[in-house]
Ligand binder design. Structure first.
Ligand code: FES
Length: 62
């Protein structure tokens, strides 16, 4: 999964990853990366998916 733009990524404790100035990163979806949550290419030849972009339903009002 590619993430691009002005964003931050935090771990479950709320700590922010230092992205080293990157404005685009790949996130691992296959679970095979040794650099989770980032993709390190370990998926090559071992993971396929057919996910296509779609619209989420509108955000619920609180
Ligand atoms: S998606 Fe898991 S290593 Fe690339």
């Amino acid at each position: 999964m590619k993430v691009e733009g002005d964003f931050t990524i935090t771990d479950r404790a709320g700590n922010t990853y230092d992205l080293g100035g990157r404005e685009i990163v790949g996130l691992c979806r296959c679970g095979l990366s040794n650099n989770k949550p980032f993709c390190d290419g370990a998926h090559n030849g071992k993971f396929t998916h057919e996910a296509k972009a779609f619209a989420l339903p509108p955000k619920k009002a609180q």
